[in-house]
Write a protein that binds this ligand. Structure first.
Ligand SMILES: O=P(O)(O)OC[C@@H](O)[C@@H](O)c1c[nH]c2ccccc12
Length: 521
């Protein structure tokens, strides 16, 4: 085997397919997931060949989703899109790919097309073929593999051809690699002769951009041109450009989160989390707690936030004891708590969440995290979360729908956060949304204006919200009883408050000051 392709030795990605095998047999271009950084480039360049494993990823990769993944996604039956879970990340040449339902083992040939080209002029074609002895050792038992008949090998750059295979009973698509190697070729006979899909690279890019643009999402989930780190031959250098520099703090947080989650998932693959969930106490009714607090007090139900710092306000409280603060909130009459778990920008942690839960606090807990992948929801649940935040300016509709489904399965609530009319309209069109948060703070520029809550609840929108019996939470920038009265007047039945409470020497008493009266007991 040549090249710098690495395979995971972690057997956890050997999942089976629920949709039948799908095979991808020719891919070309950098967009195929063959990241230029993974190609060893030097002055003595000759054509390279190596073996690699193509792993379709099925979720959460609207941005920079590699070409085969987009195509695979478009070939899957629509109902499977939301039910396939990536299980783990394999750090190979496929970069960000996560394991989907089927794997394809391929031979990669990379040719140098010009003498001293920019990276993008390297072209790669990936030709399916049998595994080498050495690679099969590594992959045995981990993947399903079918050899491709040479008749179906295509060689065209910048085009992807996809086949959906029909699984015949004689096919051995899930047999271990070695068995395939030793001459079982039944799988190849089941290759349908007609191409089911053919999507040009350009079409895919347009498709991705359209989805995001049509929803008005400005946040890019990853640097479109990769991180600002480049390799040329033995040299490594940084080049700042528009495509690898975050445009605002929210984008920076999201890019950082992407890296963080990648690492965390490796340590705790989804299947181990799912196992852990079997022993976690069941979730509490987050929305029910807010509604009953509202009924009991006639004031908005309070979600009090355990928040040490924020990028806009810096450290809010030096002597920060999350459990003591949570207990004080509960005593002071909070209906629910919100626990920030982002470490880098908010100085929170999942340990705080877990410690609060384990300290016997009864209020339902919101995991205040920048969720970009379903894995985080499971992780939050395993740490005792009863609800998660989904931010509409970060997540496209499809992700929101999918994540709501997962939360429902796990018995958790979702607080879907919006900041403008467009986001509100998107979220109102999504079925199953029961709790909407209006963030008065613009997460891109950090300006706060509590008038936003009022604006978004006026007219037809407010009417629709009432019809659908959606509970609205006024979030951020609430400091006084007048602020609370203002957002209540606008139509909220709950509020989310951090700074003004956490800064008080007794955050529990801070609640009485915020509402203008005692709301405990
Ligand atoms: O501290 P404040 O202004 O009371 O805000 C609390 C909460 O609304 C805010 O922390 C928040 C709302 N949405 C978020 C999304 C991510 C991080 C933080 C937030």
């Amino acid at each position: 085997m040549h090249g710098r392709v690495q395979y995971s030795s972690n057997g956890s990605f050997a999942t089976s397919t629920s949709t039948g095998p799908i095979r991808l047999f020719v891919i070309a271009g950098n967009c195929s997931g063959l990241h230029p950084r993974d190609i060893p480039i030097d002055n003595k360049w000759t054509d390279r060949e190596y073996w690699t494993l193509l792993l379709p990823c099925l979720f959460g990769h609207q941005y920079r989703m590699c070409l085969p993944c987009v195509c695979l996604r478009s070939l899957l039956p629509s109902d499977s899109k939301g039910s396939l879970f990536p299980t783990t990340l394999v750090p190979n040449s496929f970069g960000r790919a996560q394991v989907g339902p089927t794997y394809v083992f391929c031979k990669v040939i990379i040719r140098r097309t010009k003498v001293s080209p920019p990276l993008s002029t390297f072209k790669a074609s990936i030709l399916p073929a049998k595994a080498s002895e050495e690679t099969s050792e590594k992959m045995e038992g981990l993947v399903s593999f079918q050899p491709f008949p040479s008749s179906v090998i295509q060689r065209r750059f910048s085009t992807v051809y996809l086949h959906r295979l029909t699984r015949s009973s004689s096919s051995s698509s899930c047999a271990p690699l070695r068995a395939q190697q030793s001459g079982i070729t039944g799988g190849s006979e089941s290759v349908s002769s007609a191409l089911e899909g053919k999507v040009s690279e350009q079409e895919v890019v347009i498709y991705q951009d359209e989805v995001v643009a049509s929803q008005g999402i400005r946040i890019r989930r990853r640097p479109p041109t990769g991180p600002p780190l480049h390799y040329v031959g033995p040299f490594e250098f940084r080049l700042q450009n528009e495509g690898n520099t975050p445009r605002n703090i929210l984008e920076e947080i999201v890019w950082n989160k992407d890296k963080e989650v990648t690492l965390m998932k490796e340590k705790r693959p989804l299947y181990t989390l799912k196992k852990a969930l079997e022993t976690v106490p069941p979730p509490r009714d987050f929305i029910g707690a807010l509604r009953s607090a509202h009924q009991r007090t006639g004031l908005p139900g309070l979600i009090a936030e355990v928040k040490k710092a924020s990028p806009s306000r810096g450290i809010l409280r030096e002597d920060f004891d999350p459990v003591a603060i949570a207990q004080a909130y509960e005593k002071g009459g909070a209906a629910c708590l919100s626990v920030l778990t982002d470490e880098k920008y908010f100085k929170g942690s999942f340990e705080n969440l877990q410690a609060i839960r384990e300290a016997g606090v009864k209020c339902p807990l919101l995991c205040k995290e920048f969720i970009i992948e379903a894995w985080q929801i499971y992780y939050g649940r395993s740490k005792g979360a009863d609800a998660v935040l989904l931010i509409a300016s970060v997540l496209p509709d499809l992700d929101i729908k999918y994540m709501i489904k997962i939360c429902k399965i796990l018995g958790m609530a979702t607080l879907v956060e919006v900041h403008d009319e467009r986001e509100m309209d998107r979220v109102l069109a999504i079925e199953g949304v029961e709790l909407i948060g209006i963030n008065n703070r613009n997460l891109e520029a950090f300006e706060v204006d509590i008038g936003i809550t009022k604006r978004l609840l006026e007219g037809e929108r407010g009417e629709l919200i009432r019809q659908k019996d959606i509970l609205v939470v006024g979030e951020s920038g609430l400091f006084t009883p007048e602020d609370i009265a203002f957002v209540q007047e606008a139509g909220v039945k709950a509020v989310l408050v951090g700074e003004s409470l956490v800064k008080q020497s007794d955050p529990g008493q801070g609640i009485s000051a915020l509402f203008g009266r005692d709301v405990s007991g």
